[in-house]
Design a protein around this ligand. Structure first.
Ligand code: NAD
Ligand code: MG
Length: 385
């Protein structure tokens, strides 16, 4: 039995993880589940899976959670320290599936505790990449990529040494605006931006997929996971999302992982690693798909990709600043208060203003995050005034 803690159990990745675990009750045991605010979904999942601990991030909901768990044998807890408790308590694997920099503290705590961490929370690695990879080296933690592209690279590497790799190629669906005109993108609504053609995901990552900031964050994520420099990580637009990413080796061989676009495949790989487990994902029918298309990303219509590469190459505090500006801009766009192109413009402005030194601790990362959020909020208020 593998003991699993799921951070962010009520989200898209969290629910897919629960779905897989509930289909294999003889292989997995849930030790802890966490959520931001949704007491009912958390308590329901805790009861179904006989979880031992359920943590709600919002402390004002603790009483509600206690009530909802009455008689279940599952302990209720709340707040930031309890999230860390869920991340570092008794478990063999921690699924880090909180969205945004909000997941950094518990994810980092799991890494520092030497856990096997299935990493979906890319923002945690983007904002604190050097610190997290150093912490993993020190503690002996294993980072298993859940993001489909990085999971594909991990599978394609199949244990090869990184000096055998000439480059990695991250595929990008291109999102809902792949073929949209600049004019249409200026008028894009939140509903259009979250309507991803291939994947069903949380709102924030869906908007990131529309701006291609998601691919930019994944570029930075790939750098930290696999240790390759920016110039050896390419982006390839592939609208069908069948090839999830590729690795080119020094002899010219290229290996890739393919599958239908269902996050349960990479999640299952991380859960079962180093073995495999069955999933209900649709089998790939290449004859029915008939053709696969590829193209270069358009950096003019999708400046987020260029900004992310610049942040990766600048290093220091730039990736954390990029991420913080993007989180604020995406939330404000989802609120209907700024236009779609404003997201990348705000990120660009925040990067230009950012002068923070490289973070030396996660407290420094939170400081950068706070400062950029304040600056970007002021920029937005200035524009809307
Ligand atoms: P989601 O919005 O559906 O779920 C987020 C989860 O985090 C929820 O359980 C929520 O309760 C929790 N959460 C949010 N804010 C929190 C806070 N302040 N404190 C504690 N918990 C909080 O998001 P998602 O789509 O499941 O994505 C989760 C992560 O996985 C993101 O980093 C995303 O980039 C990454 N990811 C998602 C997908 C996907 O298909 N959904 C694919 C690849 C990577
Ligand atoms: Mg991805």
């Amino acid at each position: 039995m593998k003991k699993v803690a799921i951070l962010g159990s009520t989200g898209s990745i969290g629910k897919s993880t629960l779905d897989l675990i509930e289909r294999s009750p003889d292989k997995f045991e849930i030790t802890a589940l966490t959520a931001a605010v949704n007491v009912d979904a958390l308590a329901d999942a805790a009861r179904r899976t006989n979880a031992r601990l359920a943590v709600i991030a919002d402390e004002s909901r603790l009483r509600d959670l206690e009530d909802a768990l009455q008689g279940s044998g599952c302990q209720a807890a709340a707040g930031a320290d309890s999230l860390v408790g869920a991340a570092t308590g008794d478990s063999d694997l921690v699924m880090a599936a909180i969205v945004g920099c909000a997941g950094l503290r518990p994810t980092m705590a799991a890494v520092e505790a030497g856990k096997t961490v299935a990493l979906a929370n890319k923002e945690a690695l983007v904002t604190a990449g050097d610190l997290m990879t150093e912490a993993a080296k020190t503690s002996g933690a294993t980072l298993l990529p859940v993001d489909s592209e990085h999971n594909a690279i991990f599978q394609s590497l199949a244990g090869s040494r990184i000096d055998q790799v000439s480059r990695i190629i991250l595929t990008a669906s291109g999102g809902p605006f792949r073929t949209a005109s600049a004019e249409a993108m200026r008028n894009a609504t939140p509903a259009q931006a979250v309507a991803h053609p291939n994947w069903t995901m949380g709102a924030k990552i869906s908007v990131d997929s529309a701006t291609l900031m998601n691919k930019g964050l994944e570029l930075i994520e790939a750098h930290y996971l696999f240790g390759l420099p920016s110039e050896r990580i390419d982006i390839l637009v592939h609208p069908q999302s069948v090839i999830h990413s590729l690795v080119e080796f020094i002899d010219g061989s290229v290996l890739a992982q393919l599958g239908s676009p269902d996050m349960r495949i990479p999640i299952a790989y991380a859960l079962a690693w180093p073995e495999r487990m069955p999933t209900p994902a649709q089998r790939l029918d290449l004859a029915a798909i008939a053709r696969l298309d590829f193209g270069e990303p358009d950096l003019e219509r999708f400046p987020a990709l260029r900004l992310s590469r610049e942040a990766l190459e600048a290093g220091g505090s730039a990736p954390a600043a990029l991420n913080a500006a993007n989180e604020v801009a995406v939330a404000t766009f989802l609120d209907g208060k700024i236009s779609f192109p404003d997201i990348s413009k705000l990120v660009d402005m925040a990067l230009q203003e950012n002068e923070s030194p490289a973070p030396r601790s996660i407290e420094d990362v939170f400081e950068i995050d706070r400062k950029v959020r304040t600056d970007v909020t002021a920029m937005i208020e200035g524009r809307c005034a």
